[in-house]
Design a protein around this ligand. Structure first.
Ligand code: NAD
Ligand code: DAU
Length: 336
């Protein structure tokens, strides 16, 4: 068992990274966190509000900056790497930042890990496996071949391959996790669930891509955090673990649930242009993580997790109002 005392969390001011930082601060008083985050459009220091000064340092910086990493990494015992360009639609409109941050950024971190000999956990996505047919009984496992579809997922797949090669060639102490779709507080309003909740809160009709039959495998972000901690501390070095909580739902059902929970008619939404290359279905088989490391999700009732998420957006308009208009402007230009 590895006991991390002093970890760097890259992308700790984003959605999942900040939820992880809160989770570590709440559950592991022995661990100090250094957040390294560039504060792109997706990063927000308000996500880290309320964390005591003696538990966390914040460094604004770019994971592609090798000099900065040379200053920052020594003295830490692990890096948990969340920082990424994370949104598929943005990657279709402008892929270059995805190659830079997701591929080159991961390369820089691996070089620093190699130089300073510290533990590294790599956060990745189920999208590296491509998609499944809607009627296919199969789910993704750790041995499913890589087959990414979008600029986003291909850069995440590239970064996973770098981690594997650096581990085998240089003997780095790494693990990788590939998780399904997260939901919960602090998720940017460009993403499906927050976009629709905040549309309804601002009197705009939700926007569904195509027929809405695409399936995503939803997991609450707190369950992602507990899984990452489990793998960081007890995972076998050099291994990949899939993270998921059996949360498969199609988009139209999720949207109807949001509308119902928010007191709207279930047909009060618009169909808009589909995403090019839109993956049909993701589904995770997390047997390895459950049986080998004994991890279990806690948020197994999607409807109550979704209700709590709706309440969070309804109660925190100051958090999302500033970014909402610019986000919708971008979508409008894409006809979505
Ligand atoms: P996000 O877009 O909300 O946050 C990304 C964070 O990274 C932001 O704070 C941003 O400022 C920071 N960042 C971006 N480029 C940077 C750079 N060059 N240097 C330093 N910081 C930089 O993303 P998210 O949804 O929280 O996703 C976090 C990670 O989890 C990503 O690696 C993503 O691929 C992975 N993931 C996401 C999901 C999901 O459902 N959202 C599921 C599985 C895996
Ligand atoms: O599977 C994990 C991935 O989940 C992560 O790697 C990504 O970082 C994360 O963004 C997410 O990717 P998706 O593309 O699945 O998420 P998104 O929230 O963009 O869309 C979810 C589904 O909803 C997808 O089928 C597209 C659809 N959609 C999305 C938006 C924004 C709509 O129908 N309408 C919308 O307005």
């Amino acid at each position: 068992v590895f006991t991390p005392r002093n970890i760097i969390v890259t992308g700790g001011a984003g959605f999942i990274g900040s939820n992880f930082v809160h989770w570590v601060v709440d559950h592991h008083p022995e661990t100090h966190v250094t957040v390294l985050d560039k504060l792109t459009y997706a990063g927000n220091l308000e996500n880290l509000a309320g964390i005591p000064d003696d538990r966390m340092d914040f460094v604004r910086g770019d994971i592609c900056d090798a000099e900065l990493l040379d200053k920052l990494v020594p003295g830490h015992d692990a890096i948990v790497h969340y920082a990424a360009e994370s949104h598929n639609d943005n990657s279709i409109a402008d892929p270059e930042p995805f190659v830079r941050t997701n591929v080159v950024g991961t390369f820089r971190l691996l070089e620093a890990v190699r130089k300073y000999g510290i533990r590294y956990h790599h956060i990745s996505t189920d999208e590296v496996y491509g998609d499944l047919a809607l009627d296919d009984p199969a789910k993704f496992t750790e041995s499913t071949p890589y087959h990414p579809s979008s600029p986003y997922s291909s850069t995440k797949a590239s970064s996973d391959l770098l981690v594997r090669a650096w581990t085998r060639t240089y003997g780095l102490r790494t693990t990788i996790s590939n998780c399904s779709n997260n939901y919960g507080p602090y998720q940017h309003v460009e993403k499906f669930i927050p976009r629709q909740i905040t549309n309804i809160l601002t009197g705009v009709r939700p926007k569904l891509y195509g027929a809405g039959l695409n399936v995503r495998d939803w997991i609450h972000t707190e369950d992602h955090s507990s899984a990452v901690w489990t793998i960081l501390t007890r995972g076998r070095i050099g291994e990949t673990y899939l993270i998921g909580a059996n949360g498969e739902k199609n988009n139209i059902d999720v949207l109807r649930m949001i509308l119902r929970l928010m007191g709207q008619p279930e047909d009060a939404f618009d169909h808009v242009k589909d995403r090019p290359g839109h993956d049909r279905r993701y589904a995770i088989d997390a047997t390895k993580l459950r049986t080998e490391l004994g991890w279990e999700p806690r948020h197994t009732d999607f409807e109550s997790g979704l209700k709590a998420t709706i309440d969070w957006y309804a109660n925190n308009p100051q958090w999302w109002e500033k970014t909402k208009a610019a986000t919708e402007e971008r979508y409008k230009r894409q006809g979505q």
